[in-house]
Every structure is written in structure tokens, then in C-alpha cells.
Design a protein around this ligand. Sequence first.
Ligand SMILES: N[C@@H](CCC(=O)N[C@@H](CS)C(=O)NCC(=O)O)C(=O)O
Length: 197
Amino acid sequence: MKLYAAQTSPYARKVRVLIAEKRAGARVELVLIDPWSDPAALHQAVPSGKVPALVTDEGWALGESWAIADYLDSVLPGPRLLAPDGPERWQALRRSALAQGLMDAVFAAVIEGRRPAGERSPGWVERQKAAIGRSLPVLEAMEPPALFDLGAISLACALDYLDFRHADLDWRAGCPVLATWFAAVDQRPSMRITDPR
Ligand SMILES: N[C@@H](CCC(=O)N[C@@H](CS)C(=O)NCC(=O)O)C(=O)O
């Protein structure tokens, strides 16, 4: 299999951490690319032109980090990181979806700042920061993840992306429980080898 990813993409990192946690790196060839340079191979794989994108052993392609994570968790050997059914699955998906919403808001704010000077919308950036501000207390109020499953992986990647792109927001100040949890999981080899810095 082939995984198109970008070094700094938090969405691609989620999938890369999952692969590392399953110790299945040898099964997936990592192809680092810049999606903003419109690589033909990426466009051929997924019309969205976004990373991550996976080309399976059968030759068909799959986009979207959450779909790729679910697929790889199912077909790769190693511990299951998303329960196949039942409350464990719904709770992992709930945390993962909250983390994805946080990631989307940080990403949208970052991209807005990269638009040409006259095209930037401060109001749009504020809207994303408001979503970040609503997401963090909800995640903080949840029990911290007991396992490093897909929900936990998504959360760790979202929090580190916040550090990476918006350290100024100082998310730890209002999230002591998450800060303690993140300090521990950030030391996992899967997080270290996918650090975007
Ligand atoms: N919802 C997608 C988001 C993926 C995404 O936005 N990836 C960014 C990189 S972080 C990208 O490839 N952007 C290129 C573009 O929008 O053209 C997922 O979960 O995989």
C-alpha cells in the first residue's frame, strides 16, 4: 500500500501514528508530498487533492483520514485501535470527531493567514478561534482516554497541531487534565517519529 502524506499535515499524522502503533510500517510505503503543489499522482488517487490519501494493495484509493484509519485498522495486523462495534467504537468516534473539529478549526485559521494580504478575513479567523475555544473545554471535561485508540490518537494529533501552529493560544492554561495526559502520550515512539517540527 502507498500513503500520500505531508510532513506537517495533522490529518496525515493521525494515520501515520495509527500505522506506527500497529507496528505495520513495513506494509505501507510513505510518500511525502506537498498537496499545495498539485502533484499529479495525488490528484489521480483522490479528486480532492488532499492528504492523506491511501492507494490500497488492490489498486483502489481512499481519501479522508478517518476513513483511511478505519480501513487500515481493519486490514493491518496489530492491536485494534477502533472497536468494530458497540459503545467503545461510538466513544472513540465521538472523541475522534471532536478532535477533527478542533483540527479543522486550527487548519482553517492557519490557511486564512496564508491568503494574500487583501483577501484575509479577520472575522473568519475569529470564527475558527471561537470553535477552538468551544472544543477545548468539551474535550477537557471528558475522561482522558484510558487507551491510545483512534480517539486518543486524533486528540493527540489535534493538540500538538495547536501547539505547532497556534502556541499563542496556550491551550494548556484551561486544560490541565488534557495537558497532563498529552505530556505522557507525546513521548510514545509513534508520536516522536511523526513530529512535524
Ligand atoms: N477532511 C480531510 C482533511 C485533509 C486536509 O485538509 N489535508 C490538507 C493538508 S493538512 C490538504 O491536503 N490540503 C490541500 C488542499 O486543500 O488543496 C481529512 O480528514 O483527511
